[in-house]
Design a protein around this ligand. Sequence first.
Ligand SMILES: *Cc1c(COP(=O)(O)O)cnc(C)c1O
Length: 392
Amino acid sequence: MKKRGISSTDAVRAGDRKHKPFDAVPQPIVATAPYTFESSDAIALHTEGAGREREEYGRYGNPTTRAVEERLAALEGTEDAAMFATGMAAISTAVLALTKRGDHVAIFSECYRMTRELAETTLARFGVETTFVPMDAAALADALRPRTRLVLAEMPSNPHLRCLDLTKIVETCRGRRGLKTMIDATFATPVNCRPAEFGADLIVHSATKYLGGHHDVLAGAVCGKRELVSLVRDARGMLGSICDPHAAFLVGRGLKTLALRVEKQNASGLEIARFLEARPEIERVFYPGLPSHPDHGVARAQMHGFGGVVSFVVRGGLEGARRFVDRLQIARIAPSFGGVDTLVEQPAVMSFYEMTSEERAAIGIEDGLVRLAVGIEEPADLIEDLGHALKS
Ligand SMILES: *Cc1c(COP(=O)(O)O)cnc(C)c1O
């Protein structure tokens, strides 16, 4: 499948309403929980599903949120999108909407910590079994069962930025009734990869990362065909996991500059990855844009750019990485990525702190691993800062 770029015209204008209250330029924040009806007859008409399409209660929908959903669907190249309070709200609502007792799900093993926990605790408790699949699209066929309802993969994955072959995953799932593919494309964003073009059924995002883009909002999204998103939206109305209109407004604003930000982060990410790879203090760099990355070929075939996250192993283990991270001046220590500010974290002491070195090694988390989430600062300044921290 040929990769296509997103349109920045869509990023600015998709979902935009022609007539807005007070002739505002941006879509205003409609801060209301319930919506009023003109008469009892109007309620009756609405309940019967007749009359104009309108909102009824904020847990089911909001015009600010709706406009952002339409913009995101346009960027992702899907029929529809639904927004959620967080990325985890999006993932858990979608998974709960699509599975029932006795079902089986397959999750590619390098996945978000809380996605793994959702499967191991809540899904297990409700009688849904999970297989964690090794990070190779060819390994999926062996994991599938007659009751497999969902295949979940991250693109790229965290923290080693593995890029699974989406075409192969979709092909492996083809023809199996009731089986849906769900791609967590938080790291890719629609700028770098649009999984729907490869035939994925659902695309989920933590909009907290690149889509919001400024480290000031928590939100999530599910994109896909109208019918499937509608199923997930119904579950959202019941579970109450919808995105607040204030948060949706910030995501909608972030989307307008998404392509500008991510293209800069792609360029800086690649430059920084090359710089680090040439340094003797660095044991190994994981960046899909480098020929040394195990998925470089797949990444080149299905991505426009390789993103702003660069992972690397600093010599000197836990302590060496800690000293390096603490010496950085521009990058702030924090557990997120995708925003305009550069952030840095050491997965061994942040997300995987409660494990022993051996347990971490078993799941591939090196003690000296550092994840740098490049923002939009000047790459020369970031490189100077990195070089200084490595030297001392
Ligand atoms: C952050 C993240 C999530 C969770 O998103 P929240 O908005 O923090 O709930 C899910 N998947 C991936 C890949 C993430 O990076």
